[in-house]
Design a binder for this molecule. Structure first.
Ligand code: S3P
Length: 442
């Protein structure tokens, strides 16, 4: 269905954004390997993480979800231990979830059985060669369609050897797949990151008692995001945690609050892990008034309340080591750039093209419909800011983050914007449309 959005005269209120998607996936996957019962509050009960849970059930893991409000639930999951998974009797469907597609094979690589992963039409265009390569080096057998490039992906697990691996792309999913396989390997596993990426897997493994250390890059050495070193554990302790609010979800309200001339938004308990806060840094560079409250710890993850008020934004240049710290927030940032004074350039972000859609191409075509002066680049985009957006019919091509970014653009434009396929938000933020209404004062 389509949704119509209009600019409210005021944007005001407090929104508890749902749980972090990356952390929720990891809590389910790692909890499944623990010895004992894992309890996860504020678990993201949305499409992608539900897909992970249904794959785990097919692998013999029992769990229960108690939903408190749309997208927010408590998960109780009975860990099978490191060696307790069973062979699924059918294909595993990861639906739209790239994180499940890349992380679960890391676990499957160490199992004495065979499993096949597939997903929806978008998922079947997502590259898997990036995980096939290191998992083969460790000793598992993997095959995929299109010359071992695209799902469906078959994983036949085996006895693994630890490796030292430098992924060709900076990817937390690839790093995590290798570390998960490392749990089952003989000897240590080391991942050398070309650029630092989100480190939730490492933090959670540490919380569960595993020996995971990070070595910072040396200032005079080659360009590097540091090394992660894992020793295979005998067992993992279960988790008891509350998942921080997802900063990638908060991103839409941060941009709406910064751009709208009458805005004051409060977002309590948002995760501010420094590997994820690139958007906060960039919005500050653009001149946004962001207040980050006192930092607390939720398990191994830092959280804080964030407050944002109407701001005058300037264009900005984004590239290099910042990119992995805001890769999923670039669609939202493009909307901020459209209203900023001057030019914004995003480079080194070619990875956007292999997300749920080609985000550079779809963002460019759809923002143009709203009147944004945006130019596509091979590895990003350029925007001449200044506002002046006019409502139009737009579509995020079924991509949850593009759909929400376009809805925010519509919320800030003149006139009416019709956002097609509103259900796309179910992948990561089932309450998005009702929260948008709650904040909008007409
Ligand atoms: C994720 C890592 C990122 C991100 C994705 C979630 C994760 O992907 O875009 O939404 O949870 O590890 P890459 O690892 O492909 O950069």
């Amino acid at each position: 269905m389509a949704r119509t959005v209009r600019r409210p005269s005021r944007l005001q209120g407090t929104i508890h954004v749902p749980g972090d998607k990356s952390i929720s996936h990891r809590a389910a996957l790692l909890g499944a390997l623990a010895t004992g019962t894992t309890r996860v509050r504020h678990f993201l009960a949305a499409g992608d993480c539900l897909a992970t849970l249904s794959c785990l059930r097919a692998l013999g893991v029992e769990w229960q979800l108690t939903e408190e409000e749309p997208g927010v639930a408590t998960l109780e999951l009975a860990g099978a231990g490191l060696h307790g998974l069973r062979e699924p009797d059918d294909v595993l469907n990861v639906e739209n979830s790239g994180t499940t597609l890349r992380l679960l094979p890391g676990i499957l690589a160490g199992q004495p059985f065979t499993a096949v992963l597939t997903g929806d039409a978008s998922l079947r265009t997502r590259p898997v060669d990036r995980i096939i390569e290191p998992l083969r080096q460790m000793g598992a057998q993997l095959v995929a369609r299109d010359g071992d490039r695209l799902p469906p992906l078959t994983v036949r697990g085996g006895s693994l050897q630890g490796i030292r691996y430098r992924p060709p792309v900076a990817s937390a999913q690839v790093k995590s797949a290798v570390l998960l396989a490392g749990l089952f390997a003989e000897g240590e596993t080391v991942v050398e990151e070309p650029l630092a990426t989100r480190d939730h897997t490492e933090r959670m493994l540490r919380q569960m008692g595993a020996d995971v250390v990070r070595e910072e890059p040396t200032p005079d050495g080659p360009p590097s995001g540091g090394n992660v070193r894992l020793q295979p554990p005998k067992s993992l302790s279960p988790l008891d945690l509350k998942v921080p609010g997802d900063i990638s979800t908060a991103a839409f309200w941060l941009v709406a609050g910064a751009v709208h001339p009458e805005a004051e938004l409060t977002l309590p308990d948002v995760g501010i892990n420094p590997t994820r806060t690139g958007l906060l840094d960039v919005l500050s560079m653009m001149g946004a008034t962001i207040d980050i409250g006192e930092q607390r710890m939720a398990g191994e993850e830092p959280v804080a309340d964030i407050r944002i008020t109407s701001s005058r934004l300037q264009g900005v240049e984004v590239g290099g080591e910042l990119v992995p710290r805001l890769i999923d927030e670039l669609p939202a940032l493009a909307v901020a750039a459209a209203f900023a004074q001057g030019r914004t350039v995003v480079r080194d972000a070619a990875e956007m093209r292999v997300k749920e859609t080609d985000r550079i191409a779809v963002l460019t075509s759809q923002l143009r419909r709203l009147g944004v002066a945006i130019t596509e680049r091979p590895d990003g985009f350029e925007i001449e800011g200044g506002g002046g957006l006019r409502g139009a019919a737009v579509s995020g091509a079924g991509d949850h983050r593009l759909t929400m970014a376009l809805a925010i653009a519509g919320l800030l434009a003149e006139g009416e914007t019709v956002v097609e396929d509103d259900d796309a938000v179910m992948v990561s933020y089932p309450g998005f449309w009702s929260d948008l209404e709650q904040l909008s004062h007409h």
